[in-house]
Design a protein. Structure first.
Length: 252
């Protein structure tokens, strides 16, 4: 990718986490989208809340990486993370096993959720009309090679925030001239920094703390953990959030 520089344009909005690894906090709901670029492909993690938002992400990443998005990983089937997927044509779409069926059967819920949260009704209806379901179900883990040694492991770490939570581990490498790069874990909404984790009717609250233990096992002590909403956090934050969730859902 091009060097990070200040000023208008995509590099202003995308936060560089490690070589070839960026994320953006989208407006309105502060949902995170992440991207990992190799010499042959670009993986996008989540796609925004409308087709227009997805299209903006597509063109910004093309400018940042100089190539098109080739793979999409959906962290969970909520409107603010999946409704931009149809803006990407010809990509391979991954989700936790069962997420495709949930998306197919919850079109009305997705549209209603989006509108309730402030998406324009026309934009929500359009995105749901062309909803893309993941064709590659992930149970356990799979690793994608993006070229130039850049890899990403998609891990089914749920259930927790939903019945179908997928995390993405991007291993750091020693190839960065500035020093060893950190591992980066995109956590989806299993982790939130900007507020209390949101537990809706599709949450599996009793099993959520275990999902955070699986995230910690995935990334280890030194990884950068990227929440679905909010600032990047560390392993200590995950442990504290796990304990808080365990107390909250035991008492409720
Ligand atoms: Zn969510």
């Amino acid at each position: 990718m091009q060097a990070h520089h200040a000023g208008p344009g995509p590099s202003h909005r995308w936060e560089r986490l490690a070589p070839g690894v960026v994320r953006r906090r989208l407006p309105q709901w502060d949902a995170t989208v992440g991207a990992v670029g190799g010499t042959e492909g670009v993986l996008l993690i989540d796609t925004g809340s409308t087709l227009a938002e997805g299209a903006g992400i597509r063109s910004e990443l093309r400018e940042l990486f100089g190539r098109a998005v080739t793979h999409v990983a959906l962290t969970h089937p909520h409107f603010d993370h999946v409704l931009g997927t149809a803006a990407f044509s010809g990509v391979q779409v991954y989700g936790a096993v069962g997420a495709a069926e949930v998306l197919e059967h919850s079109r009305d819920t997705l549209r209603a959720d989006a509108v309730t949260h402030g998406v324009a009704p026309d934009a929500a209806a359009e995105a749901v009309d062309v909803l893309v379901r993941p064709r590659h179900p992930v149970s356990g883990e799979i690793t994608l090679s993006l070229g130039g040694g850049r890899r990403a492991t998609l891990a089914n770490v749920g259930p927790g925030h939903t019945g179908h939570d997928l995390a993405v581990l991007v291993p750091g490498g020693a190839e960065d001239p500035a020093g060893p790069a950190p591992d980066v874990v995109f956590c989806g909404d299993l982790v939130e920094e900007s507020g209390e984790p949101q537990a809706g009717p599709d949450a599996h609250t009793a099993r959520w703390p275990d999902a955070l233990d699986r995230l910690l096992a995935l990334g280890g002590e030194d990884a950068l953990y990227v929440p679905g909403h909010g600032a990047v956090v560390d392993a200590d934050f995950l442990r504290a959030q796990r304990d808080t969730l365990a107390r909250r859902f035991t008492l409720s």
